[in-house]
Write a protein that binds this ligand. Structure first.
Ligand code: AMP
Length: 215
């Protein structure tokens, strides 16, 4: 099955994605993670992406679409199915994804929108930390200010774009572009809504319940 998580920055997509792929055996496709790896590796794509990411804006559609097209046609993605996290973020990306999946005879089986009160988001994101090694997400408020990952021993750091000023710009980009995907998928897909203000465990229970009816 192919599943998509929608939601504002800080809604909990990355946290939920890690749990979902573990239980349902999907390939986790996070465009943010792919871009951060390109930035860390200093590739030309990474240098170009970093400009947009540090400014809280979106990386151009054609760049991101190319990355996704390449990933979803790899054998493990075709065999296991994909969990899309942070992609698409614009209507042209959603249209390109629909066309790319159709070309491989595939479709989206569920789109899950994680909805969170906007006031909670800035606090959540500025408290977020991530492992450079395995990508696991932590929160200073609930996990303490870790420097070493409890899963893999990797370095735990704060993303460059998780500062308050950048978060506000990312929220503007979400409102202007990505939020339009919710009505789009209500019309073009199977949209499910989950209350993201609950604990991560309760959000996961709600999502897993939906996926069991789909898969
Ligand atoms: P994320 O890890 O999903 O929060 O993404 C971090 C940043 O990477 C975003 O603020 C964008 O600058 C960039 N990015 C990630 N995914 C996309 C996408 N689908 N389209 C455009 N930019 C993206």
């Amino acid at each position: 099955m192919n599943i998509m998580l929608l939601g504002a920055p800080g809604a909990g997509k990355g946290t939920q994605a890690a749990r979902i792929v573990e239980e349902f055996g999907l390939v986790h496709l996070s465009t943010g993670d792919i871009l951060r790896k390109a930035v860390a590796d200093g590739t030309p794509l990474g240098v170009e992406a970093k400009r947009h990411m540090d400014a809280g804006g979106l990386v151009p559609d054609e760049v991101v679409i190319g990355l996704v097209q390449e990933r979803i046609t790899q054998p493990d993605a075709l065999e296991k199915g994909v969990l899309f996290d942070g992609f698409p973020r614009t209507i042209p990306q959603a249209e390109a994804l629909g066309a790319a999946l159709a070309e491989s005879g595939l479709k989206l089986d569920a789109v899950i929108s994680i909805e969170v009160d906007p006031e909670a988001i800035v606090a959540r994101i500025t408290a977020r930390r991530q492992c450079r090694g395995c990508g696991r997400i932590f929160n200073v408020a609930t996990d303490g200010d870790l420097t070493v990952c409890t899963e893999c021993g990797g370095e735990v750091y704060q993303r460059d774009d998780d500062t308050e000023a950048t978060v506000r710009k990312r929220l503007d980009a979400y409102e202007a572009q990505t939020s339009k995907l919710i009505p789009y998928y209500a019309e073009h897909g199977t949209l499910h809504t989950v209350d993201g203000n609950q604990s991560p465990a309760d959000v996961y229970t709600a999502i897993a319940g939906i996926l069991r009816t789909v898969g």
